[in-house]
Design a protein around this ligand. Structure first.
Ligand code: BYC
Length: 309
């Protein structure tokens, strides 16, 4: 069974929910997809913080649409995880108890309007680089969710870059705000790709099973090469003294990531971890009547369909 499973993977065949799969493959997918879903949902908080304070009606409408998209991404991803035999309640419980992680970047505060620009530009760019590769992941429902999510992320990235570009065309104070946001979000955005390849606990097996299609470092390099050019184009300075174009490699060299900070944040001790989780726990408790009403409506609709048949 295990050998024929790997043969299917090697032949680029998609694995579907009812197909046989090794238990570890199933668990790895549940871990990665649910962490991805939680990231989308928790990621609404730093941007949601600015909906009521957006600088114009147009910016507010765009931000509102983006934040709603993130909720939708969470929904597709939770649904994909559920096809692996875990319930939504269990997934949320794992988030609330800290058993399941979410992207470290969302544990940093969004202090100014420029942070909304930096999140859209940097965080969504990083997400796209990773998720384009995940469109070819071996598990069918995850791959299909990625196709739609990537389309929406492209709009998100554009809106973030547009905010940064507008600020950079503004007055001195606005340009300083944009630079300050880049200074604070740059390094956390590099951490989104996870530990270096040699330190990544799951990469080797996940690459073999084609759950992951490209390594953490490979994706991070592509992201740096793109983002540095985008920063230069609008007059922003990337806060890394070691950043330099390497002619031989055809890539930018960049400085060391603070892995101690990364570890601190993923262990629950970043600037906003407690606040993010507490907010989710509270919103989930407040939403219980909505879930009950939906379940009741669904039950009634199904029994009406049954009576009609
Ligand atoms: N943050 O062996 P590794 C978005 C953990 S949201 C936290 O390399 P793996 C958006 C990792 O989980 C987009 N934890 O792991 C939303 C593992 O711990 P566990 C989010 C991290 O899974 C709203 C341990 O470190 N994208 O776009 O092979 C607004 C060892 O790592 C992080 C995804 O979730 C991190 N950054 O590779 C705006 C993409 N990095 O699980 C935008 C899907 C590592 O053993 N996920 N860890 O306790 C992936 O591609 C992979 O899971 C990762 C990590 C590349 C992130």
């Amino acid at each position: 069974m295990t050998r024929s499973f790997q043969t299917r993977i090697d032949a680029e065949q998609k694995i579907e929910p009812k197909d046989w799969m090794p238990e570890k493959y199933r668990q790895t997918l549940i871990r990665q997809i649910s962490q991805h879903a939680h990231s989308e949902v928790i990621g609404e908080q730093p941007e949601g913080n600015w909906i009521t304070r957006a600088p114009s009606l147009e910016r507010k409408a765009i931000l509102l649409a983006k934040v709603q998209d993130e909720a939708g991404h969470g929904l597709y991803l939770y649904a994909a995880a559920e096809t692996l035999g875990i319930t939504r309640e269990e997934l949320i419980d794992r988030l609330h108890t800290g058993a399941s992680k979410y992207a470290s970047i969302f544990n940093y505060p969004s202090l100014t309007w420029a942070d909304v620009g930096a999140i859209g530009w940097l965080v969504d760019s990083a997400a796209i680089v990773n998720q384009v590769s995940l469109q070819n992941t071996s598990y069918g429902p995850y791959a299909r969710a990625m196709v739609r999510i990537c389309k929406e992320e492209s709009f998100h990235q554009r809106q973030g870059y547009n905010i940064m570009m507008t600020l950079m065309q503004g007055n001195e104070q606005q340009r300083a705000m944009a630079q300050d946001a880049l200074d604070r979000w740059w390094w956390p955005s590099l951490m989104m790709f996870g530990p270096h390849d040699g330190e990544s606990a799951h990469s080797a097996q996940s690459m073999k099973w084609k759950i992951k299609r490209r390594s953490n470092d490979d994706l991070r390099q592509q992201y740096v090469d793109q983002a540095v050019q985008q920063a230069l184009a609008i007059g922003l300075k990337v806060p890394d003294p070691a950043l330099a174009w390497n002619e031989e490699r055809g890539h930018y060299d960049f400085g060391d990531i603070d892995w101690e900070e990364f570890e601190r944040v993923i262990k629950g001790n970043g600037p906003c971890n407690r606040q993010r989780l507490a907010h989710h726990v509270e919103a989930h408790a407040e939403g219980v009547w909505v879930r009950e009403a939906m379940a009741c409506y669904d039950k009634k609709r199904r029994s009406r369909r049954h009576d009609a048949a």
